[in-house]
Design a protein around this ligand. Structure first.
Ligand code: ZN
Length: 174
């Protein structure tokens, strides 16, 4: 079977790994700036070098690439070659993300994670995401995660129990 991603896609993925100014980040920064927010970028003295830092609001924002951070979404697919290598690498990234978030939270920072899939791809909602970020920034809510809507399979064997109630179709018990 051929490799899942072609070389152009792969190099786009690679360019995002340590990228300071990957496109989704730039987009979020410029839209927040337009709404009057002022911030710092990539503060090296904070765990995980957050992409956007709002010192006065005690808030940081990470813009996560769905490939590198192993997001469970349509933008993520493990490459068909060197699969174990990628799985291990992405697993380490995810573990590190968790450590970073808890270190920041422990020092009193509020943390928002914005996944790439709300900014590009078929599930994106850029205005809605920026609205949500703005509301969060002005709140005192400790955490926020913005991701594309989860696609729930229609035929789920173990659906939530509340799904059956209120439909008027429940069978009588006896
Ligand atoms: Zn995603």
């Amino acid at each position: 079977m051929a490799d899942i991603v072609d070389s152009a896609t792969r190099s786009r993925m690679m360019s995002g790994i340590r990228g300071r100014d990957t496109k989704p980040e730039k987009l979020v920064r410029s839209l927040l700036h337009r709404r009057g927010f002022r911030f710092r970028v990539n503060r090296k003295d904070l765990p995980g070098k957050p992409d956007i830092v709002f010192p006065g609001l005690r808030a940081v924002v990470f813009v996560h690439g769905c490939f590198w951070h192993g997001h469970d979404c349509p933008l993520f697919r493990l490459p068909g070659t060197r699969t174990e290598f990628w799985a291990a690498k992405i697993g380490r990234n995810r573990a590190n993300d968790e450590k970073v978030v808890s270190a920041l939270r422990m020092s009193g920072w509020r943390v928002a994670t914005v996944w790439e899939c709300v900014l590009r791809g078929r599930m994106k909602d850029v205005p809605g995401s920026i609205d949500a970020l703005e509301v969060w920034l002005r709140s005192d809510t400790p955490a926020l995660e913005l991701r594309s809507p989860v696609i729930v399979p229609v035929t789920s064997a173990a659906g939530p129990p509340e799904a059956a109630s209120g439909t008027g179709l429940a069978k009588p018990c006896n």
